[in-house]
Design a protein around this ligand. Structure first.
Ligand code: HXC
Length: 525
């Protein structure tokens, strides 16, 4: 209930006092007790979050006095200016951004018709002005007292999320509960950041799960940041606390243009593009069975400290990341040979294809590093649709028109060669290290397949098999057969990779592609 005590001393009929009273009330959220409880949970209030996110003094609030008009269920007594959400426009590092922050101290941040109208207004302004929108979620879901009105209100937000998709960056930060219909707005936006311990996202809470399926699970076990970062893939980033989550939002936006008509900002870099790192020449172990860290390779090649991984814990056999080269933003895709040999499976296909599509939408060149034995074989993968999911990578690369460069560092076997950065996927410049192995299949499978009869008839089949494996390896397990036929543009010294990529990016800056007009294709979801 609104706390009138705080406005004592202000007269009723003086316009300036009326204004001060309204301003004061709108700043009080749900009152001191609830703010204290919010802090005790380790959470900032909505206004503190906005202050932390935006450049100092840049926030222009809109709709601070909007209040629900519901009178049923005792709601006439529960009117709070702003109705549980703070909305407005501000700046991050000098660039404009729209922001809304749900205020859990007011009716649990529950989502009402007025909340929706305020958020919709910010969504419309962001789209019309071509600026990113950031939603800070902390809410108990649809305001029960408003019934269908709050359901329809969610629909209004979702429709605008979809309209803005592929036009402006949309980032959702989950900083408390995000339950029921509320989960679908983050799922429709580009990136979701979750805060460890305090955020939880689920369609139905632990109580409903227990009553419907009998499963006993806590809110964190059901929808905490661990679950959505590592298992479901619904969260792209996670942070230890509110402040870290907000810093991540600032960081992410730094790689992106404000809308699809603009270019991403170029950040002055003092890391020379012709820096050559000799250690790269020896990074791929001579023993084929040994792994190496692709993450370390990427950190060496791109501007120092610029690699920002997306979906770090989800499908760790692949890496997708923002990075800079010579100060320019790029999207990086790679396999991670140190996890499951960097194989492609259902989750890594989702991870890679989503990121490639995002980069294409926001005009970030895509640089792909390949070290992959192929798609993961297995009954489980087949039953769960590895064909359909695997096709997403092919679709995403083929439909993208941004500059694309690939570097094969070691294995590029079978489907992985085709799907990840082959010329046929529209890759503009294809490079390979001398350690590259570009072939239809591995020698252990290929040799018996093409020399089966000779092996069977040999006096020592095992020895003959090994001989054919060695022969196959020597003939096909290198980059030169692919370079012979122009599938690889150049075999390069690994330490030259940074410079070669910078040159290719320079060349492709002015790339123009003619696209066949169509409404939209059918992405294999
Ligand atoms: C109205 C709500 C509310 C809601 C919380 N409150 N959620 N009021 N509608 N959805 C109010 C509480 O009554 C309480 O008011 C205050 O907010 C704080 O809530 P608490 O429960 O005391 O807080 P806490 O113990 O921290 O628990 C937070 C919570 C819990 C886990 C989020 O409130 C909860 O489970 N809420 C419901 C979650 C849910 O199932 N939502 C789905 C709604 S259906 P007072 O005045 O007592 O302090 C939905 C479908 C939409 O969203 C589909 C669209 C497509």
């Amino acid at each position: 209930m609104t706390d009138m005590k705080k406005t004592d001393g202000l007269s009723q009929n003086n316009p300036m006092d009326e204004f001060k009273r309204a301003r004061l009330l709108s700043r009080q959220g749900g009152g001191e007790k609830r703010i204290k409880s919010q802090h005790e949970k380790g959470k900032m209030t909505a206004r503190e979050r906005i202050d932390t996110l935006l450049d100092k003094g840049s926030f222009q609030e809109l709709g601070s006095l909007a209040t629900h008009q519901v009178t049923d269920f005792g709601m006439a007594e529960k009117r709070f200016p702003g109705d549980g959400v703070v909305t407005g426009i501000g700046k991050i590092n000098g660039r404009r951004v729209a922001v809304y922050a749900q205020d859990f101290t007011v009716l649990g941040g529950s989502f009402s018709q007025v909340q929706a109208q305020k958020i919709n207004r910010i969504q419309d302004l962001a789209l019309e002005s071509g600026i990113p929108i950031v939603g800070l979620n902390d809410s108990g879901g649809a305001r029960v007292q408003e019934g269908v009105r709050s359901l329809a209100a969610y629909g209004e937000v979702f429709a605008r999320n979809v309209k803005a998709s592929g036009v402006i960056p949309q980032i959702s930060v989950i900083m408390g509960p995000c339950a029921g219909g509320a989960v679908y707005s983050p799922a429709l936006t580009d990136f979701t950041v979750m805060v460890d311990g305090t955020s939880a996202m689920f369609l139905t809470g632990p109580g409903v799960v227990a009553s419907v399926t009998g499963e006993k699970v806590s809110a964190q076990e059901l929808g905490g940041s661990d679950v959505h970062s590592a298992r479901s893939g619904n969260a792209h980033f996670r942070a230890h606390c509110d402040a870290e989550a907000l810093a991540l939002v600032q960081l992410i936006l730094g790689y992106l243009p404000s809308n699809t008509q603009e270019d991403a900002p170029v950040i002055a870099s003092n890391d020379p593009v012709d820096r050559r790192d000799d250690a790269l020449n020896d990074v791929v172990p001579s023993d084929e069975g040994s792994a190496y860290s692709m993450r370390e390779v990427l950190e060496t090649i791109f501007d120092r400290g610029s690699l920002l991984e997306v979906h770090r814990e989800f499908a760790p056999n692949a890496i997708v990341a923002f990075a800079r080269l010579g100060g320019r933003s790029v999207g990086v895709v790679s396999n991670e040979p140190s996890f499951m040999s960097g194989v492609l499976d259902i989750n890594s296909s989702d991870k890679i294809s989503r990121f490639v599509r995002f980069c294409d939408t926001f005009s970030l060149p895509v640089i792909t590093f390949v070290d992959c034995p192929g798609y993961l074989p297995g009954v489980d993968q087949e039953y769960n649709g590895v064909i359909r999911h695997g096709a997403k990578i092919i679709y995403a690369y083929c439909e993208s028109t941004v500059p694309k460069i690939s570097v094969v560092t070691r294995k590029a076997i079978g489907g992985s060669y085709v799907a990840l950065g082959s010329r046929q996927m529209g890759t503009d410049v294809t490079l390979a290290w001398p350690t590259a192995q570009i072939a239809v299949m591995g020698p252990e499978g290929a040799a018996p397949l093409i020399n089966g009869r000779q092996i069977c008839e040999a006096s020592n089949p095992d020895m003959e098999r090994q001989r054919f494996i060695q022969e196959y390896r020597q003939r096909f397990f290198n980059p030169y057969r692919a370079a012979d036929i122009g599938q690889i543009d150049e075999v390069i010294e690994p330490r030259e990779t940074r410079f070669q990529l910078a040159q290719a990016l320079d060349l492709l800056q002015t790339k123009v592609v003619n696209v066949v007009p169509k409404k939209h294709g059918l992405f294999p979801v």
